[in-house]
Write a protein that binds this ligand. Structure first.
Ligand code: S3P
Length: 424
């Protein structure tokens, strides 16, 4: 489906509730499947990616029922051998985290993915899991991944990149391994795995960038999932760059390992306020108020990168509207996401009239530029690129056409309806 987007005349106004966090939804399904008893997930994501995870755990013998908007999960804490390949679709989180779980089972299994996922690097998890004793066959370190179930032993491992998927794969394998498993990362990546495993009674301890886990029995729990700050990001940026906007985004996850975008907005001088903070199911959440602002450029690098990794495409759109030169560095792993996000963002935003350059590990954006639009852009089968281009389209002088816009369903099927709710 192609999508036409045109300039918004009267600003975005009002309040919306941001749908469930994708990362937390994946983990809620996986960890509840490993618990012995009935777990309840409130506010499970409608995105295609978390549903890929759910389908996989069904094939591993776990029972799922949707009742009154709640997802009930019934498990005896043990997975059963699947009779078919397990399809992760487009979801890197599904493939990498499930690998950690499958490596230490007493049965064999195969993980497959779509065209994009089958091109993404899996060496980053194959290497540490193999050190723990896992037997994994791959297509030159890419999917399909074939697991020959093994008994695992704990390791001490320093991850070369700050990746929550890598860290989580090792910690999950550690749940089934003999002895202690210790993971240290260069900077802290999102810590939903650590928080949820601890909430479910696992034997896990974190000290700064190091986490230690031991074999544990997980307790079934009620998990209420907060809104996804990565989805809120499109509205945060739109609210800041569309003149006459003032919006409130409700129920957004504010885990400090995810709030890099809020720090960037503050550094750029944007008007942003956090309201009604509280902790639910071991995660911090609250409401975000944002309004149209005059912005200045800033540098985005180092330990900030893992705290906003998925928001970089839309932050780039924001930077086109900031006075001065915004530099994004240390973000080379963006080239390994659903698309090469450095190349894709630079190529497509240039078409819209942005003054932007590609660097090996990031981008340089010269602002403020008025975006001309009047062109067709592509999404590279990447949901985050599709939504970032939509936000850019809201301030383009002339209408734009976004090809294959339906990739947004991977994480955020409610995206357009929520934008429409804010039109005045
Ligand atoms: C995720 C971790 C990040 C992020 C992805 C979701 C997770 O990936 O980009 O969208 O849920 O653990 P990396 O761990 O590869 O940085």
């Amino acid at each position: 489906m192609d999508k036409k987007v045109s300039k918004i005349k009267n600003g975005l106004n009002g309040e919306i509730t941001i749908p469930a966090d994708k990362s937390i939804s994946h983990r809620a399904v996986m960890f509840s499947s490993l618990a012995n008893g009935k777990s309840i997930i409130k506010n499970f994501s409608n995105g295609a990616d978390p549903h890929s995870t759910l389908e996989i755990f069904k094939k591993l013998g776990v029972e799922f029922n949707f009742t009154n908007d709640e997802l009930h999960i019934i498990s005896n804490g043990k997975l059963t051998p699947p009779c078919q390949n397990l399809d992760c679709g487009n979801s890197g989180t599904t493939m990498r985290l499930t690998s950690g779980i499958l490596a230490g089972q007493n049965f064999n299994s195969v993980l497959i993915g779509d065209e994009s996922l089958s091109k993404r690097p899996m060496k980053r998890i194959i290497e540490p899991l193999t050190l723990m004793g896992a037997k994994i066959e791959s297509n030159d370190n890419k999917a399909p991944l074939r697991f020959v179930g093994q008994r695992l032993s704990g390791i001490e491992y320093k991850t070369p990149i700050a990746s929550a998927q890598v860290k989580s794969a090792i910690l999950l394998a550690g749940l089934f391994a003999d002895g202690k498993t210790k993971v240290t990362e260069p900077y802290l990546s999102r810590n939903h795995t650590e928080l949820m495993l601890s909430y479910m009674g696992a034997n896990i301890k974190t000290d700064n960038t190091t986490t230690i886990i031991e074999k544990s029995i997980l307790e079934p729990k009620t998990i209420e999932i907060c809104g996804d700050i990565s989805s809120a990001a499109y509205f945060i940026v739109a609210g800041l760059i569309v003149p006459n906007s003032k919006i409130i985004l409700k129920n957004v996850g504010l885990n400090p390992t995810r709030t890099g975008i809020i720090d960037v907005v503050k550094a750029m001088g944007g008007h942003i306020e956090i309201l009604n903070e509280k902790v639910v199911s071991n995660e911090l959440l609250g409401d975000i108020k944002v309004e149209y602002s005059k912005l200045k450029a800033c540098e985005i690098s180092g330990d900030l990168i893992p705290r906003l990794i998925d928001e970089i495409p839309v932050i780039t759109v924001l930077a086109t509207q900031a006075e001065g030169t915004t530099t994004i560095k240390d973000a080379q792993d963006l080239r390994n996401k659903e698309s090469d996000r450095i190349f894709a963002v630079v190529t497509e935003l240039k078409k819209l009239g942005a003054n932007i350059e590609e660097a090996p590990d990031g981008m340089i954006i010269y602002g403020k530029t008025s975006l001309t639009g009047n062109t067709t852009v592509g999404t590279y089968h990447d949901h985050r690129l599709a939504m970032s281009l939509y936000v850019a389209g809201l301030i383009c002088e002339k209408e734009i056409l976004i090809n294959e816009f339906d990739w947004i369903n991977i994480s955020f099927p409610e995206f357009e309806r929520l934008f429409t709710n804010l039109l005045t």
